[in-house]
Write a protein that binds this ligand. Sequence first.
Ligand SMILES: Cc1ncc(C[n+]2csc(CCOP(=O)(O)OP(=O)(O)O)c2C)c(N)n1
Ligand SMILES: [Mg+2]
Length: 386
Amino acid sequence: MAVAPSIRLADPGNYPLRKVLREDGKGLLKSAGKEHLPSNEKLLEIYRAMLTTRILDDRMLKLQRQGRVGFVGLATGQEAAIHGSAAAFGPDDWIFSALREGGVTIQRGMSMNDYIAHMFGNDEDSAKGRQMPNHFQCKEVNFPSWSSVLGTQLPHAVGVAMAMKIRKQPSVCAAYTGDGATSSNGFHSAMNMAAVNKAPVVFVIVDNGWAISVPSSKQTASESYGAKAKAYGMPGVNVDGNDALASYQAAAEAIERARNGEGPSLVALRTYRIGGHSSSDDPSKYRNEHEVSEWGKRDPLPRLGAYLKSMGLYKKENIGDWEQQITDQVAAAVNHAEAVGPPKLETLVEDVYANPPQHLRKQVIEALRLVAEKGAADAVAGKFPL
Ligand SMILES: Cc1ncc(C[n+]2csc(CCOP(=O)(O)OP(=O)(O)O)c2C)c(N)n1
Ligand SMILES: [Mg+2]
């Protein structure tokens, strides 16, 4: 395969790229480690989560182009890195995500309706329409909201991990970040603080080759992203992020260390952002289409599908009509979300004060009164068109 210019070849030195699955997916590599591989049940979970994200992203981008949702950040091409690694965390672990790990909420049990409600920012959105779309949160599955300010989720993850340690709870935190956000202050403070305190955190860098228009190769002078771990005094590994099994395995090893009280690790998953940075971006302005088509040939979804087939798992009773099922689920949730109104006006003053102060209460009452008057004014205008 031609080397994509955005991705520098890592010096194999101490941090070679780890792979488990053959490029054609039809079996495991002879060199693959045998420990910490996903069970058949996990493999199916990962495949379904990857497929769900692929279908959701496609539909959300269409809705954005139709002006029905405001913003989308796609995970297309990165599904194995995201869902393979996330599958290794348990239900009591915490997931601190960046922009593209939102599908993990569904993988961990959030409903499709809740996912779509957030994309619309409607009255059923758990963020009450206060976040940009694609900034998911779900308390029930330990998935806190993300801030667009790059890297800020990383110290948050370390803080929660230290709390878990102090409370003697066995939970581990996943701290996801893009390659670009490794240049943030948050990355440095989180890595340092976690290592010094042996916090139970797994840092997962999803290196998708780009930080908007900055190629991964210009983001750092480190020999690779996995190598960054050495400076902080923790183990690091570079992994083929289009290989769902290797992504799972590396995360599972790091989780085991963290749960055993051995502290944090860094897992760097090398993958590729097939789409634009977001629905507001035109990547043809800054990158070579050849690179995109080369990485397109390494699509992680058919690669894992081929492995499931080789294992006899790709059967009607397992996978059958998943694609149609998920597509229908998304369509039903979109219809539902569009029928739900915007968040209620009074939510403007909720969740900051237990009892909103008098001036805020006054403002909301005034706003409600104005809206009511506007309704009356619209009714009059409708009756007597100009
Ligand atoms: C502190 C900060 N600086 C800059 C930005 C603008 N910004 C938004 S996304 C982005 C690139 C992020 O790249 P990466 O971390 O690789 O994640 P990816 O989008 O590739 O998943 C930048 C620079 C920001 N949101 N926050
Ligand atoms: Mg990136």
